[in-house]
Design a protein around this ligand. Structure first.
Ligand SMILES: C[S@@+](CC[C@H](N)C(=O)[O-])C[C@H]1O[C@@H](n2cnc3c(N)ncnc32)[C@H](O)[C@@H]1O
Length: 428
């Protein structure tokens, strides 16, 4: 088999990595505690994160989706503050998103290759792997995956097409990404009936005039067809209802299709380039457990807010029952600097209502905070997030008050400011 070589290629994987639990998130209002959270958001470099997970999770993850930087040599900004789609830029601002800048292609391949090896190791023997890239390095990644997974285990090269403006005038508009889909072995989950789509109206017309479709089979028009390996979904542009402001966020429908086809309820789905948490949200909605990691605090914060807002909106629609067992362990890789825990005194956070049943943010703080949460029985180590308030993506509004449970111990309040700083305050 031909294989890809570059001068610094090395099969030895840098070792090291240790995880430490920072918080447990219970996104159900008043939900009972779940002793062993089965999903995780992890802050840290994903190579060290995967190293730390291998002793427990080697061969245990059913589906991995990876959407790494694409080798665009750009820095991506996030849009934060009041809903970006308010069309009033003064109400939102640009903040650091994540870098996709490399010395050269060798440096990028040195980054990608060990991570692909570790993801393959974590995958279960019947697991599936999806790698999302575009024209910049897709062909190099294909060679690496053929080497790691085996040429015969490529199941599809999926093309995701979309449309939108482009400054390009001397070539065709580049409006598709590639998703390489491999399985670890010939035995893998593929729930074809979960992802069928309706036939085109013109195809239905053809079927009416001839009982037999292609390959001489009678089509089941009700059941729909197996999707092609090219998918059209609009990008998550400004005004898209899923838009969080985190850069290069992917549509939930891509993740829903991948998760439905390549995993079953209860399975473990991982995304080590988690970004805005698209995989985590889709997985939790489809009753899969998830591990989502990223080395940017903003990505972790966006994912956490998004999980909370998603559960709250589904509770409103009564799709999920209050108190259902669902919790997320928030971990950090120990090499990553601790989240700054500034004294919150200057923010005047001691505003408890008279009857002591609610905590209300002072009005002057409201515009600076993006997300806040309460541990009503703080024991001094792992933050047990029982009640949360997140800024809604579209309207940009943040609930100003949080109701406390009837019995509280020491109350710990955590706030994430719109610039990404996290602060903590304890009320005796
Ligand atoms: C293309 S974005 C992922 C977007 C995501 N699929 C979504 O829908 O929001 C790539 C992500 O990989 C993260 N990333 C890059 N290098 C990383 C590393 N070494 N460890 C962990 N995360 C990393 C970036 O911070 C960024 O959030």
């Amino acid at each position: 088999m031909p294989s890809l070589h570059w001068s610094s290629k090395s099969e030895s994987i840098p070792q090291g990595g240790k995880l430490e639990t920072d918080a447990v998130l219970y996104p159900f209002e008043g939900g009972e505690s779940v002793p062993q959270p089965d999903s995780q958001l992890i802050l840290g470099d994903n190579l060290r994160v995967m190293n730390a997970l291998i002793p427990e999770y080697e061969g245990k993850i059913d589906l991995i989706y990876a959407d790494p930087p694409f080798f665009t040599n750009k820095g991506y900004s996030a849009r934060v503050g009041r809903g970006e789609d308010s069309r009033q830029p003064k109400e939102w601002q640009l903040a650091e998103g994540y870098p996709d800048q490399w010395k050269d292609l060798d440096a990028y391949l040195d980054f990608l290759y060990p991570r692909l090896i570790q993801m393959h190791k974590l995958l279960s023997p019947t697991g599936s792997f999806y790698l999302h890239l575009d024209w910049h390095v897709n062909s190099y990644a294909r060679m690496l995956l053929d080497e790691i997974f085996g040429y015969d285990n490529l199941r599809n090269e999926i093309i995701w097409t979309y449309h939108g403006p482009s400054p390009i005038r001397r070539a065709y508009n580049r409006k598709h990404d590639m998703i390489l889909f491999y399985s670890k072995s010939k035995q893998y989950t593929f729930n074809v009936d979960q992802v069928r789509i309706p036939y085109n109206p013109s195809t239905l017309e053809t079927f009416k005039s001839s009982k037999k479709a292609g390959f001489g089979k009678v089509p089941d028009l009700e059941r729909g067809k197996v999707p092609e390996d090219w998918w059209y979904f609009p990008v998550v542009a400004r005004l898209h209802k899923e838009r969080t402001g985190y850069p290069t966020q992917k549509p939930e429908r891509i993740m829903e299709r991948i998760i439905l086809a390549s995993s079953n309820p209860g399975d473990l789905v991982a995304d080590f380039f988690g970004g805005a948490g698209t995989t985590a949200v889709a997985a939790s909605r489809l009753n899969r457990r998830f591990i989502s990691s990223d080395n940017q605090l903003r990505a972790l914060h966006t994912s956490r807010s998004r999980l909370v807002l998603d559960v709250q909106s589904r509770m409103k629609e009564k799709e999920v029952a209050s108190g259902s067992e669902y919790s997320v362990k928030i971990q950090r890789e120990t090499a990553v600097e601790k989240i700054s825990k500034l004294s919150a005194k200057e923010f005047g956070l001691s505003t408890l209502d008279d009857n002591q049943e609610r905590i209300t943010l002072p009005p002057e703080l409201l515009s600076q905070v993006d997300y806040w949460e309460v541990d009503p029985d703080w024991k001094g180590e792992i933050f047990q997030s029982r009640i949360q308030a997140a800024r809604s993506w579209r309207k940009g509004e943040l609930p100003a008050s949080i109701s406390l449970p009837e019995t509280c111990g020491e109350i710990c309040l955590r706030l994430v400011l719109i610039d990404g700083t996290q602060i903590q305050q304890i009320f005796k």
